[in-house]
Design a protein. Structure first.
Length: 458
C-alpha cells in the first residue's frame, strides 16, 4: 500500500508509570517507529507540501469557471476627453466625440462596470494543465513516501545499533564481575601463599580497564538513544527510553521473503513519477500553440461632466446617466509563437529523455542492491552461527582456565587471556547477530518494503 495513503496515526507508546518523583519511562518497540517517524518535522513538512500540490489540480480545473469582475471608479480629467479618463484593467474602452478645441478645464467622470470573461473551449490546453498538475501532485506524494521510508529505515537501523550496545553493556558488566571475582580469588590465594601478590595488582589494572570500557559503551549508547529520539520525534531524555526488542540480539531471523521486486521501491516510484511530470509538461507545451477562444459580456454605466453639446455640467459627472452593455466572442491564434513553442518542445523532449535514462540507472542500481542484499543476508546468517559456536567454546575454555588458576595449574596471564577471549567472543556473537538483522533490514530496504523486516520480529 502506498505509504502516503495510510492513515496518519501516531501510536501511543507503552508507558511505564514510575514511582513518584521518578520520570516516566517510555518502552519503544521497533514497530512503533514506523508510526512515530511520521510526526517528525521533516516528514510533516513533505506531507504538507504534498497536500499543497493537490490544490494545483483544482486550480487547473477551476479555469472553466467564468471570470466576473465588478468595478467602480470616479475621477477628474480634462474636458478634451468627453467620457473622462478610465483606469485600465476592468473597463472596456468606450469611444466618444472629441471636443472641438483643447480645453484643459477639469470635469468629473464616473463609471461602473461588470465584465464577464469565459473560456469554455481551450482546445486541450486546460486538460493538459490538469494532467500536469496531477502528475506534480503524484510526484510530491512520491517525495513524501521516499522521505518517510528513508527516515523509518534510519530509525530502525539506529534502534538495532542501540540494541547491540545494550548487549555490549551486559557483556562489559559481566566482564567486570568476572574480574572482581578473579581479584577476590587472587587475594585469597596470595594470603595462602599460592599466588604472588603481583596478581592482585594486575587484576586491579584489568578491573579499571573493564570499567573504562563500560563507561565508553554507556556514552555511545546514550548518543544512539539521543539520535533515535530525534528520528522518532520522542520527547524526554534518553535515559527515559527503554528498548523493548532487545531479545532479537539473541536470535536469528528466519524465512525472510527475498522475492519482492524493486518496482515497489520509493526511489523507483519517485523517478517514475518524475518522468510522468516531464511527459505532461511536454504535452502542455505542445498545445500552447493552439488557438484561444474567449467569450465576454459587459454591462457599463458612466457619467460625464460634459454633455453632447459641449456644455459643462459637473453634477452630471457624478451620476451614471449613460448605460451600455455588450457581448462578444474572440478567437485568437499566436502565429509568431510557433518558433518559441517549437524550442520549448525540443527542450522538454531532452528533459524527458534525461528522466528516462535516470530511471534506467535507478533500475540497475536497485537490482544490484537487491542481489547484494540477498547474498549478504545469507552470509551473515552463516557467520552468526559460527560466532555462536566460538562464544560457547570461549566460555568453556574460560571456565576451565578459572579452575586451573585456582588449582595453581595456570598463571595470571593465561587466565586473563582466556577472559579476554571470552569477552571478545561475546561481543563478536552480539555483533554477528546484529549484522544478520542489519542484513535483513538492508534486504527490506532494497525491496522498498520494511515489512520484510518487521514481519520477523516476535
Amino acid at each position: 500500500m502506498n505509504v502516503y495513503h495510510k492513515k496518519m496515526l501516531i501510536s501511543s507508546c507503552f508507558v511505564m508509570l514510575s514511582l513518584p518523583g521518578i520520570a516516566q519511562q517510555k518502552t519503544i518497540h521497533i514497530r512503533d517507529l514506523l508510526l512515530l517517524v511520521q510526526s517528525q518535522p521533516q516528514v510533516k513538512a513533505t506531507e504538507q507540501q504534498t497536500q499543497a500540490a493537490q490544490y494545483n489540480i483544482r486550480m487547473a480545473r477551476n479555469t472553466l469557471v467564468p471570470e466576473v469582475t465588478a468595478a467602480y471608479q470616479a475621477g477628474y480629467a480634462t474636458y478634451n476627453n468627453i467620457t473622462g479618463m478610465s483606469y485600465p484593467g476592468s473597463f472596456l474602452p468606450i469611444s466618444g466625440p472629441p471636443s472641438a478645441d483643447n480645453i484643459y478645464d477639469l470635469v468629473p467622470g464616473t463609471a461602473l462596470t461588470a465584465l464577464v470573461k469565459w473560456n469554455p473551449l481551450t482546445f486541450g490546453q486546460r486538460q493538459a494543465a490538469v494532467e500536469k498538475a496531477a502528475a506534480q501532485y503524484k510526484l510530491a506524494g512520491s517525495i513524501y513516501n521516499e522521505t518517510l521510508f528513508r527516515q523509518q529505515y534510519l530509525a530502525i537501523s539506529t534502534y538495532l545499533d542501540a540494541v547491540y550496545l545494550k548487549k555490549l553493556l551486559l557483556s562489559f558488566e559481566m566482564n567486570i564481575e568476572r574480574t572482581r571475582a578473579g581479584l577476590q580469588q587472587s587475594l585469597v590465594l596470595a594470603q595462602q601463599g599460592l599466588r604472588p601478590g603481583i596478581d592482585t595488582t594486575q587484576f586491579q589494572s584489568v578491573l579499571a580497564q573493564a570499567q573504562t570500557d563500560l563507561l565508553a559503551a554507556q556514552r555511545q549508547y546514550y548518543t544512539l538513544i539521543t539520535e533515535l529520539s530525534r528520528l522518532a520525534d520522542l520527547p524526554g531524555k534518553p535515559d527515559e527510553i527503554i528498548l523493548a526488542d532487545t531479545s532479537l540480539i539473541n536470535q536469528l531471523p528466519t524465512g525472510a521473503d527475498t522475492t519482492a521486486h524493486f518496482t515497489a521501491h520509493p526511489s523507483f516510484q519517485y523517478y517514475q513519477t518524475k518522468k510522468e511530470v516531464s511527459e505532461a509538461t511536454l504535452k502542455e507545451a505542445g498545445r500552447a500553440w493552439r488557438p484561444k477562444l474567449d467569450l465576454w459580456a459587459n454591462a457599463y454605466a458612466r457619467g460625464s461632466g460634459v454633455d453632447a453639446a459641449g456644455n459643462v455640467s459637473k453634477a452630471d459627472g457624478w451620476s451614471l446617466s449613460r448605460k451600455n452593455y455588450g457581448a462578444g466572442i474572440q478567437l485568437s491564434f499566436p502565429i509568431l509563437q510557433f518558433s518559441q513553442v517549437n524550442l520549448q518542445k525540443k527542450q522538454y523532449r531532452l528533459l524527458l529523455k534525461s528522466d528516462e535514462t535516470q530511471l534506467d540507472q535507478v533500475k540497475l542500481n536497485l537490482q544490484k542492491q537487491l542481489e547484494t542484499a540477498q547474498f549478504s543476508y545469507q552470509q551473515n546468517l552463516l557467520i552468526a552461527k559460527q560466532a555462536l559456536i566460538q562464544s560457547q567454546a570461549a566460555r568453556y575454555a574460560f571456565d576451565g582456565l578459572k579452575l586451573s588458576y585456582e588449582s595453581g595449574l595456570a598463571d595470571f596471564t593465561r587466565l586473563v587471556q582466556g577472559q579476554y577471549e571470552l569477552l571478545k567472543a561475546e561481543t563478536g556473537e552480539a555483533g554477528a547477530f546484529l549484522q544478520a538483522w542489519h542484513a535483513l533490514l538492508e534486504l527490506a530496504a532494497a525491496n522498498g518494503q520494511l515489512d520484510v523486516f518487521t514481519d520477523k520480529l516476535k
